[in-house]
Structure formats: structure tokens, C-alpha cells
Design a protein around this ligand. Structure first.
Ligand SMILES: Nc1nc2c(ncn2[C@@H]2O[C@H](COP(=O)(O)OP(=O)(O)OP(=O)(O)O)[C@@H](O)[C@H]2O)c(=O)[nH]1
Ligand SMILES: [Mg+2]
Length: 374
């Protein structure tokens, strides 16, 4: 794993290796992310139907931003269901002239199946590139399914790229795209029908009255034309504020004096222990009782000099911790840190290969929180 220093130097090989580690879900990648400051670059999602000219637009944006001495990273995300290699190759060729530029870093990323595939890896890749100090991180995704929703959750702003003559496409993509577009671009404005497409978008926006409707711009990515106006619109666009979704309760940890004594009570209400084990390192006996999608974890100390024994001595039997499964632990840790929450240590890798981190009860309303990422 490359060290943090090489990442913030934006060393291409170090970035490449770190991104590969992220895609392979190597815990060391999360630990690297946890060590890096978040960075301040602008993350711009660029999405739209296949062939609208997203990559060409990214290429034109790179050229314009480089002319203004800005550094740019590009993450081209492609659903593997679609990727015969051709699409990624197309992106490469489209942006080829920038590969030798030290101020530009371009990475293609194939997702495995549904956009669930991009969720964690794309979030973490984006955070790595921003932490590396790029002024702009451009993320190209094809808006064919859930991608556009995902991209909205990781970008500071989303540009939806359409092209004239897509006819029904404008209607088809409307549902997902209308909510997430901060800026609409009708690309291929050199072709007939660009005005009509722009009017259709405006008409659709009119159906949802909003105080500040997104601007609708026209570009010719290949000329290039309209790029300066697009960059102006990006500068004027407020950054999205993200609401984080997707946590669930993995288990509830309860400290008991005796698992044997507690089990019948839980059995009476319908919870059976499916697994019992002793975790020597933690000095506890554990019984897991599945409860719907979640579990209750009974914890009994194996000796007086242990966390659970001390807990019971001080507070009596009772709720010891709540474990939440989160989609991106490093991101959660970063947000908590920025908020001043008290984290106990840094993300650790557990025996099962999962990543975990504890948040002090002082910061959570009195309950020890365990955050888990699988
Ligand atoms: N006439 C015209 N052609 C364009 C313009 N922008 C892109 N193209 C062409 O449209 C085709 C698709 O462009 P891409 O940039 O690969 O489109 P994309 O949206 O990235 O495509 P996917 O990544 O495959 O979804 C290419 O042949 C481009 O040369 C434009 O402004 N005008
Ligand atoms: Mg493309």
C-alpha cells in the first residue's frame, strides 16, 4: 500500500495502486483513507445516456481547466454489464491526449453488476482523489439505472448530459435525472434539435416548480463550444449537502452475568442462540441470537479483569453497545471526526475481515456505538 505522502504528491503510480486496493476491498486501503485529510476539490458527477458525449465533454473540461492551471482527476465508471471493453476503451481514446499531463489523472472503473458495485468503491475512490489534492474530481457514469442516484450521493454537483434526437430518452430518464441534475447540458448542439431538447427539459422542469431551477446549457464538446459557460455554471452552483443513508442495526450487544441464565428468557420471547463462542482476546463468551435482519449479542466476561466484567461492575448488566452496519466506514469516521465526535482509535480489521470502529458513548447519547463495514 502506498503511503499517504505519495498520495498527496498525486504520484500516479501510488494513486493507481491505492485505487486498485480500494476496488479489491483491501482493508489497508481503508486505513490509508482514514489517515488522509479530506481535501477541498470539487467533485462533479457527469451522467447521461450512452453516447450523449460525456467523455468528450470531460475531455473538453480537462483542457479548459488545465488552461486555468487547475489539476483534474477523472473517474470513468462503467457498469460491467455494458462494458465489453469497448466503452472503457472509448473513454481512454477520448481523453488520451491528457494522459501524459502530470496535472491530470484518469482512471476507468468497471462496476460489478448493479450500481451497488460502485457504491462503496466509487465513494472511496472519490475520497482518495479529493484527498490527493486535485482541484476537480470528475466522475463519469452512464445514466442507465441506479447510477445517477449513486452519483448524486457522492458528488458536490451533478451535470446531466443529453443530446438532441434522443427522443423518448428524455422521457425515459426523466424520473431519475430530474431530481439530481444541478446543471443540464444539451451536448451536440451542432446537430439539429438541440433547441427542442432544451425546451423539453425546461418544460419538464416547469412541472416541478422550484425556486432555483438548474441551468440548461448547450455545448459542442468536440468543437469545443460552450465549455467556458459550463465552467461558470459549475462555479456558481452551490455544493450539495449530503444526507447519508444506508445504515442498519447489525446487532445489539448486551452485557450479562451469565449467558446460561439469560438464554431461557430470550427463548421465551422467540429468540434462539444460533452460535456460541469464546473470544479469548476480548475475554468474553458470546451468544448470538438472530432477531429479524438483526441480532442480539449476549456478552459474558470470562474473567474479572475484562471490559465486560468492569462494565457490569460499574453499571450493572445491560445494554453494552449497538453495532451499526454502514456502507462506508472511513467516510462515516471522517464525518464524525469533523463534527468533533469522540472516536475510540481508528478503523480496525476484525477476524472476519470486516472493518470496525467504536464511537464513545459521550458522543452518541450514552451508548457505545460500534460501526461495522463488511
Ligand atoms: N456532433 C457532435 N458529436 C459529438 C459531440 N460530443 C461528442 N460527440 C460524438 O459522440 C460520440 C459519443 O461520444 P462520447 O464522448 O464517447 O459519449 P459518452 O456519453 O461518453 O458515451 P458512453 O461513455 O459510451 O456512454 C463520439 O463519436 C463523439 O465524437 C458534439 O458536441 N457534437
Ligand atoms: Mg464515455
Amino acid at each position: 500500500m502506498p503511503d499517504a505522502g505519495r498520495i498527496i504528491e498525486r504520484n500516479p503510480r501510488a494513486l493507481g495502486r491505492a485505487l486498485t486496493a480500494i476496488e479489491n476491498r483491501e482493508p489497508s486501503a481503508w486505513e490509508l483513507l482514514a489517515r488522509l485529510a479530506p481535501g477541498t476539490g470539487l467533485v462533479v458527477g457527469i451522467t447521461g445516456p450512452p453516447g450523449a458525449g460525456k467523455s468528450s465533454l470531460v475531455d473538453a473540461l480537462i483542457a479548459a481547466l488545465r488552461a486555468a492551471s487547475k489539476t483534474v482527476a477523472v473517474l470513468a465508471v462503467d457498469p460491467s454489464s455494458r462494458a465489453t471493453g469497448g466503452a472503457l476503451l472509448g473513454d481512454r481514446i477520448r481523453m488520451q491526449r491528457h494522459y501524459a499531463d502530470a496535472g491530470v489523472f484518469i482512471r476507468s472503473m468497471a462496476t460489478r453488476g448493479a450500481l451497488g458495485g460502485i457504491a462503496a468503491a466509487a465513494h472511496q475512490s472519490t475520497r482518495l482523489l479529493r484527498a490527493a489534492g486535485f482541484d476537480f474530481v470528475l466522475i463519469e457514469t452512464v445514466g442507465v439505472g441506479q447510477d445517477e442516484i449513486e452519483i448524486a450521493s457522492l458528488a458536490d454537483m451533478v451535470i446531466v448530459v443529453l443530446a438532441p434526437g434522443m427522443g423518448d430518452d428524455v422521457q425515459a430518464i426523466k424520473a431519475g435525472m430530474m431530481e439530481i441534475a444541478d446543471i443540464f447540458v444539451v451536448n451536440k448542439a451542432d446537430l439539429p434539435g438541440a433547441e427542442k431538447t432544451a425546451r423539453e427539459i425546461a418544460a419538464m422542469l416547469g412541472l416541478v416548480p422550484a425556486a432555483d431551477n438548474p441551468p440548461i446549457l448547450q455545448t459542442v464538446a468536440t468543437a469545443p463550444k460552450g465549455i467556458a459557460e459550463l465552467i461558470e455554471a459549475m462555479a456558481a452552483c452551490p455544493r450539495r449537502r449530503h444526507t447519508v443513508v444506508g445504515a442498519s442495526i447489525d446487532h445489539i450487544g448486551i452485557a450479562v452475568k451469565s449467558i446460561g441464565a439469560a438464554l431461557p428468557i430470550y427463548a421465551d420471547v422467540g429468540l434462539q442462540a444460533t452460535g456460541r463462542e469464546t473470544v479469548a482476546a476480548e475475554k468474553v463468551h458470546v451468544a448470538m441470537l438472530p432477531a429479524g435482519a438483526s441480532r442480539i449479542e449476549l456478552l459474558e466476561a470470562t474473567e474479572p479483569e475484562s471490559t465486560i466484567a468492569r462494565f457490569i461492575e460499574k453499571r450493572g448488566e445491560g445494554l453494552h453497545h449497538i453495532a451499526l452496519k454502514v456502507p462506508d466506514l472511513a467516510a462515516a469516521a471522517e464525518r464524525l471526526k469533523q463534527r468533533g465526535a469522540r472516536l475510540i482509535g481508528t478503523p480496525q480489521t476484525g477476524a472476519g475481515g470486516h472493518l470496525y470502529l467504536f464511537v464513545h458513548p459521550q458522543s452518541t447519547g450514552g451508548v457505545l456505538l460500534e460501526l461495522i463495514q463488511e
